[in-house]
Structure formats: C-alpha cells, structure tokens
Ligand binder design. Structure first.
Ligand SMILES: [Zn+2]
Length: 294
C-alpha cells in the first residue's frame, strides 16, 4: 500500500500555504529516505551517481560542468518522434510505472516521483496525473507553486522538442539547489531571466515573452526550456528560447560525433555525456558552439 498517496496534499492547507509547504517538502525528504531502500534501480543509480566523473570548463567566462553519466543514455538517445512515442508504453503513466516507485500528490494534479536516472543527487520527476501532452502555457502557475513549496529545488521544464523524453505526457522535473552554475551567474547569455516577489508579475512577464517567441509551423508551443526556483521571498525564472532540438554533432559521423541532447540541465550549465569518449573530448568551444546552435 502506498502510504504517500493515502493523504491528499492540501488536506491541511491554510490560506498562506505554509503547512502545505512543509507537507510536500517533508514528504519529498521522506521519499528520498525510503525509495533507495526499497527500489533496487533507484538505489543502484543514485549510488552510481556518487562516482560519476565531472569536469569544469570556462565558456566565455562562465562556468560549465560536464558530467559523464552512462545511465542517462535512456534520455539522451530517446526516440521522441511521434511514431516511436505512440508505439511505446508511456513510462510516466501510473499503470506503467514500476510498482516500487512511490509518489506524492501535488495540487491534486501531479505526482512527485524520484527520478530513477538521476543527474542531481536529488532528482525528481513530476508528471501530471493524466496522460496529456507536454505544453507549458496553462501550467506555469503550477511550476511557480512547485518551486515555492520545494524551495530546496530548481524546478525545470523541457519543451516537447527541447529534451523531454516523454513529449506525450506532461511533466516537470526538479533537482536540488547548489548544483547548476546558472543559480549563481546572473550574467548568463542565451536566456531571458525574470525575477519577482509577485507571482502574477512573473506570469504576466512570462506570457509576454512566450507570445513574442516564434512558433515553428507544426509545433504546439515555442521551443523552450525553463528553469525556476524560489528563495529570499522571490521567484527566479530563466527561459531559454530554442531553435533546434539536437545539435549537428548529435548525428555527425566519426570523430565529430558527440551524443549530446541539450535540455534544461545542460542550458543551466551542466552538460550531460552518456558516453565516456564524449566526456573526454568535449571542449569549451564545443559547448559554445552547441549553445549557439540550439
Ligand atoms: Zn502517460
């Protein structure tokens, strides 16, 4: 029996949301205590993460890290074309998830789960309850609430053609703060950065940018990645407009090949290489080129 799902989030809610904040954050902490003990895949992959190789590069004066993370091949090499997506069982639907994977209900609309293929020492996947496409427009409010309630985390969103490995099932992700270089580097290029203590202000300004971004012909939303976090009584939201899903090096032949499929985490300053050869050879120039390209 799933002890987390027996108590709907919001049950003890007051008008300020304080107890809810404690409730969700505390349950997530508990999840990270219990899941590795009871779920072999998560235990092994979080253990393996402690050993991953990391190197630091200076890209035009900004710190970027590169993480060699073989378990992430499932995401970096995921086939996300409509036909492949239609033909596979959705791994974010409740019925298809591993029986060991426990969830915490959030806003009666999402389940907070431990990501069994982590990049962060604490990495969450937060799918919508229903199988519905990846589209941010009506959900930024939820993203801001999530960031406020999980204020030890950076919450992020990958558009359906910008790194989401399940473009058919809406989901956010979150990773513990103190990991992404972008958190401490307000001078970052390639992004729109919005800060405010007022949630409506963030929503309004996001909408303005969203409306101004180009929409490619057969797309449902402008291509983007979003990172959001909450701290010192304010939200920070970083929007990365995208023009390309995967860089040319992703499909290049021979020595030019780098299996890198950039998503929010890469845009936030941690490039993920599932292959060791790529980890060894990637340079600051490669990262600068990939960022310009995508
Ligand atoms: Zn689904």
């Amino acid at each position: 029996m799933d002890i987390f799902q027996k108590v709907p989030q919001g049950q003890n809610m007051n008008n300020h949301g304080y107890s809810v904040t404690k409730l969700v954050a505390d349950k997530v902490k508990q999840l990270f205590e219990e899941q590795p003990a009871n779920w072999e895949l998560a235990r092994n992959n979080y253990k393996a993460l402690e050993q991953v190789k990391v190197k630091t590069l200076d890209v035009h004066g900004h710190v970027y890290k590169v993480q060699f993370n073989p378990a992430r091949i499932v995401s970096s090499a995921a086939k996300v074309d409509p036909e492949s997506v239609r033909e596979r069982p959705c791994f974010l639907c409740n019925d298809n998830r591993p029986p060991e994977q426990k969830g915490i209900l959030f806003k009666e609309r999402y389940t907070v789960l431990i990501n069994p293929y982590p990049i962060f020492p604490r990495h969450l996947t937060i799918p919508a309850l229903e199988h519905t496409p990846q589209l941010i427009a009506s959900r930024l409010d939820d993203m801001l609430d999530l960031a406020q309630q999980l204020d030890d985390y950076v919450v992020f969103y990958n558009g359906p053609k910008c790194g989401a490995s399940a473009p058919d099932h809406f989901h956010f992700q979150a990773g513990n703060k103190g990991f992404l270089p972008i958190e401490n580097d307000p001078g970052w290029e390639h992004l729109i950065r919005i800060e405010s203590e007022n949630k409506q202000d963030i929503l309004d300004r996001f909408q303005q940018h969203y409306d101004a971004l180009p929409l490619q012909s057969d797309d449902t939303e402008p291509m983007l990645n979003i990172l959001t976090w909450y701290g010192n009584s304010k939200w920070t939201s970083c929007i990365f407009p995208r023009k390309k899903h995967r860089p040319a090096c992703y499909s290049a032949e021979g020595d030019a090949n780098l299996l890198i499929s950039p998503a929010s985490v890469d845009m936030g300053g941690v490039f993920i290489t599932p292959l060791e050869k790529d980890f060894e050879k990637i340079t600051a120039e490669d990262i600068a080129r990939i960022l310009d390209e995508v």
